[in-house]
Design a protein around this ligand. Sequence first.
Ligand SMILES: C[S@@+](CC[C@H](N)C(=O)[O-])C[C@H]1O[C@@H](n2cnc3c(N)ncnc32)[C@H](O)[C@@H]1O
Length: 347
Amino acid sequence: MSHANHIENSEVMELWSHNPREQIRPFLHDVFRCLEGEIPLEWPLCDVKEYARLYRAFYDGVNEIYDAADRMRSLTPRMHMALRLMGESALYLMKHDWEHPREFHQPSAQTVELVAHRPEAILDYDQLYCTPESSQRRIERVLQWVTPASRVMFLGDDDLGSLLLSRCFEGEIFVAELDQRLLDYVHERAPDVTTLPIDLFLGGIPKSLLRTFDAVVLDPPWDHYHLWCFLYKAMICLKRSEKARIFMSFCPLYLEYMQRKKHVFERRLASWGLQIDQLTPGFHMYSLQGTEFMEMVHSFVPDIELPLLNILKNVPFGFSHLYELRWNPSAQPGALRSRLLEWWHSA
Ligand SMILES: C[S@@+](CC[C@H](N)C(=O)[O-])C[C@H]1O[C@@H](n2cnc3c(N)ncnc32)[C@H](O)[C@@H]1O
């Protein structure tokens, strides 16, 4: 083995051993010290009654921060959102750590190796990488729905799902993405994946691809307008089949606390004939520490004199849910509406 290879492999092993839990546990210890004055001896192996008590204490502490913010009349929606993002993420981490005290969130060596040299995330492209293991589990979900004859489309792919899928799937894979660095990265490692440089806000999907995919995977931006730019593209790519699925990673906090449009989002989904087949809360984790994204969040945190808030600022991971969407056979949009959608969003 050459020296260069040796270094690369040891880098991979180093990353591989880097389980998110190594950051989650010390963060939770700080939370416990703040709330209880000490770390519960048996955490995370405590019984359900003790867990419920600890969770409730944390929930109340986080809600005390939200209530203090609500009493400060001058705060902007973005400031409330910053608090929600940290508070809700932290509560998910506590739940995860107790529910999966040991092996959960461990990526395979292959996954770590495939994502190890991806380019740096760019905030202008809304990029915030989820953990390699989250990408891996999402691909495992996709695999449950496809056959070797299937076609899978990725709309945006900073999580490199197309690359992970290419190692265990014989069907066709496409990626539409704005960031040429990511397309090159995928192409170099998986030349069979078809890469399409497309702006999913302003551009369209090639007509020949409409309604041809068995699965569409996306992690759209969080604001309502851009979310729908992505989701409309997913809809026109998806086959009109009972078995076709959209796998959407999405955190609805922004819709709920910034734009107050969560109900509009759910109504619009139904009006286009889509239904949520399965919703897994907190499915993905996103590394927050040292990111431009977290710097931005910190700049919106209001001055509230509660010690728990300082700890929440160090929350190591954010989360998103996994929405599995399918056509509702008894509530499809009219033919004219569908044609207009395709006309508007195709190239
Ligand atoms: C929208 S980002 C969101 C990712 C992140 N995990 C999050 O939750 O914030 C997902 C992918 O979409 C790509 N992307 C962003 N804007 C795009 C656009 N206008 N057209 C195509 N892809 C875009 C990004 O490069 C990235 O790979």
